[in-house]
Design a protein around this ligand. Structure first.
Ligand SMILES: Cc1ncc(COP(=O)(O)O)c(C=O)c1O
Length: 710
């Protein structure tokens, strides 16, 4: 039983709908729009205990704007209220999330926070902004108060802003990130005070994560806690139009979001602020979504908390590697703590097209908004087109669509049995199916009945009879096992779960000949090997074999949905009559739309050729690694297994070792590491992966010397 969960810190949202400091009204409407868009609810669904505390909305001055002194007075009154609200939340042990109109309000937020620290120490602040916001009433060119909050927080400027109760910030603990627009006076002031400014060129040169790490050190080391203020105008206006700064070349919104994940594990983060969301410029809603993403990135649960919840509330049928992913794009994945990983597993080949392939996501969302499910009690306008496309691409008369791989295997087993009983005239109930030792075809009760893995079977009986298992790669054993009752031979062209086991050359061609001679169906489970994974459309093509039935799954769903199918000619498919077989979701229009697009991407992006070329190069590269831990490296296309000497190191440890270096793989059968990246991976990415593998294994070889059992 894991230790009880620490209660997450409650988040209280303060909206400050103010444009008192700005020349335009736009951002004043932001907090109310976010409230009406239920940002609190969206954050709760992301595991953040967020509630609205209050929405402060001072009346905006009507044009012509009153004199600066008068506006400063009005602003000051608002900042007092805001600082009091923020301080009360901090004192209650909660975390304020301040959603502000213009950035001037920050002069209240951080005075409220620093006030609560008292003798505990100073407040550090990271200011992420296009501007420096460090004017005073005397240096401002525009007369706009939104150019002054940082100066005011540092104790410089008009008394109405600097005179709020609570200590000023110590410039040594303030860092500005992403500045790209300023006036000379404010830059001179900050430099005189010694504030560290990470201008945009430095961010571009060093990368945001490195810069943010430095900024965190400035804000955290020697302070009692720190805060982060994000002005949305720090981001590139081309990718985030719903804000105020039109100067190009800002931060990339997604890169900023990814980087903020590191804040989750900072127990000394005292408050978080996001300002200058302009709803009237947010035509597609991307601005509001980005505000939620930024807040969720910074305040969401850590991987530790999420793993604890999974352990506490989930059945224990998996032992996942210690990582919690929250985003994927192409060949990359990001965990909830902001680390990036190269995906060399592709969800067991299901993500062959990479994560969130734009064409597939488009197909999914368009079809989801049109029609997702009707059941097969009716026809829909997407499935017939997919069936025709499958037939044309794979060269079989018919396809029977289902959802998961094991359903497609079950479909094949039912087809084979009924074919044997009705067409081959095997006495009813006596059809036999031959399978291979070390197989993996899924985990239904029937399928585990013929698994050679004791754990898959133990305790799950009574098991389904009618299966015989022979050694993989042994054609003579197949011939010897065939009886007049044999319906089919079911095999994987390359055993995936079994440890990327490649059969001897000529085996499959001989099996095909034997099956043909004995009128036994040859059924290939290409759930993992199919659709380009092995460098051919189907792995059976490596031996020029055309099976009587083919099982597809995984990649067919484009990495977005479970889509699988059993394909065969009329000779076999004729056995299915209406009512014989089916499932509510099988062949639904959403799945059909995605699968149709997935097949188009496969051919149009020439992924099969890619798999063959890149796979051969990567295999050769791995085979060239000289390391005593490696027993063998084998594979076809981008389906590669690296067998380790388990006397030296278990594959699970090696997988964790690689994970810690940002490379996702998976151990199988305790001794093999599998590498099956998305087929869209580039040569450079594969070369980098090979280097990481080489270095990690070299390191492991030193730590696990010969003769020392791990
Ligand atoms: C060869 C093979 N067949 C069938 C399956 C079962 O597929 P699913 O997990 O989608 O049910 C798998 C899954 O790994 C597989 O590798």
């Amino acid at each position: 039983m894991p230790a009880p969960l620490a209660p997450p810190r409650p988040v209280r949202i303060i909206g400050v709908g103010s444009c008192l400091g700005a020349p335009i009204f736009g951002p004043a409407a932001g907090p109310r729009a976010l409230k009406e868009g239920r940002i609190d609810d969206q954050l709760r669904k992301r595991g953040i205990p967020a509630q609205w505390q209050t929405l402060l909305e001072p009346s905006a001055p009507k044009p012509p704007q009153p004199p600066l002194q008068e506006r400063l007075g009005t602003m000051s009154a608002l900042l007092h209220d805001l600082a009091d609200e923020v301080a009360a939340i901090c004192q209650a042990g909660q975390l304020p999330l301040v959603l502000g109109g213009d950035h001037a309000i920050a002069a209240g937020t951080w005075r409220g926070v620093s006030r609560t620290l008292g003798a505990r120490g100073r407040l550090g602040l990271i200011w992420i902004d296009a501007h420096l916001d460090a004017h005073t009433d005397r240096t401002t060119h525009s007369g706009n108060i939104h150019g002054m909050p940082l100066a005011a927080l540092l104790g410089v400027g008009d008394e109405s802003l600097t005179g709020l109760p609570g200590p000023h910030l110590d410039p040594a603990h303030v860092a500005i990130v992403g500045a790209r627009s300023w006036e000379p006076e404010e830059k001179a002031l900050l430099e005189r005070l010694g504030v560290r400014i990470f201008y945009m060129p430095e961010v571009k040169r060093r990368g945001l994560p490195a810069v943010l790490a430095d900024a965190l050190a400035i804000a955290r080391e020697g302070t009692a806690g720190f805060g982060v203020s994000v002005d949305l105008d720090s981001m590139d206006c081309a990718s985030l139009p719903a804000t105020t700064c039109l100067v190009p070349d800002g931060l990339d919104p997604q890169a900023l979001t990814d980087s903020l994940h590191c804040l989750r594990s900072c127990a000394d983060l005292l408050a978080f602020e996001i300002v200058e969301y302009v709803p009237e410029r947010d035509r597609d809603g991307s601005g509001a979504r980005r505000v939620v993403e930024l807040a969720a990135a910074a305040l969401g649960p850590t991987s530790l908390v999420l793993r604890q919840r999974e352990e506490l509330f989930g059945a224990r049928n998996y032992a996942p590697l210690p990582v919690v992913f929250s985003r994927g794009e192409g060949v990359w994945l990001w965990d909830v703590d902001g680390h990036r990983y190269l995906d060399m597993m592709s969800a067991y080949s299901a993500v062959s097209f990479g994560h969130s392939h734009p064409r597939l996501v488009k197909a999914l969302t368009e079809q989801a908004g049109r029609l997702a499910l009707t059941s097969r009690a009716y026809s829909n306008d997407r499935l017939p087109l997919l069936l025709e496309q499958l037939s044309a691409l794979l060269g079989y008369d018919r396809a029977l669509p289902v959802n998961t791989g094991l359903e497609a295997v079950e479909t094949a087993l039912k087809a084979a049995r009924k074919w044997a009983h009705t067409i081959k005239h095997v006495p009813d109930g006596q059809a036999e199916i031959i399978v291979c030792d070390n197989n993996f075809h899924g985990r239904s009760t029937t399928i585990v009945s013929f698994s050679s893995e004791e754990q898959y079977r133990h305790g799950f009986g009574p098991l389904t009879p009618g299966f015989r298992s022979i050694p993989f790669g042994d054609a003579d054993a197949l011939e010897a096992a065939i009886t007049p009752h044999t319906a089919a031979f079911l095999f994987e062209p390359i055993q995936g779960e079994g440890g990327i086991v490649i059969p001897p050359a000529g085996w499959l061609a001989r099996c095909a000949e034997i099956c043909r001679r004995h009128d036994v169906l040859l059924i290939a489970d290409e759930v993992q090997t199919g659709l380009g994974r092995s460098g051919r459309l189907l792995a059976c093509e490596h031996e020029g074999v055309r099976p009587d039935g083919v099982i597809l799954g995984k990649a067919l769903g484009g990495g977005l949905l479970p889509v699988a199918a059993f394909l065969a000619d009329e000779r076999v498919m004729q056995v299915f009559q209406p009512g014989d077989h089916g499932s509510t979701f099988g062949g639904n229009p959403l799945a059909a739309a995605v699968a149709t697009e997935a097949l188009a991407v496969l051919t149009e992006e020439r992924l099969i050729e890619r798999s063959a070329q890149l796979g051969a190069r990567f295999l050769a590269r791995l085979q060239a690694i000289d390391n005593p831990l490696i027993r063998e490296v084998r594979g076809r296309g981008l389906m590669i297994g690296l067998e380790l000497d388990t006397h030296r190191v278990p594959a699970r440890i090696a997988a964790e070792w690689l994970l810690a270096r940002g490379l996702m793989t998976k151990d199988t059968h305790e001794k093999v590491l599998r590498f099956a990246p998305p087929l869209i991976i580039t040569e450079a990415e594969l070369d980098a992966a090979a280097r990481t593998i080489e270095e990690a294994l070299a390191d492991l070889a030193q730590r696990f010397p010969a003769g020392v059992t791990p």
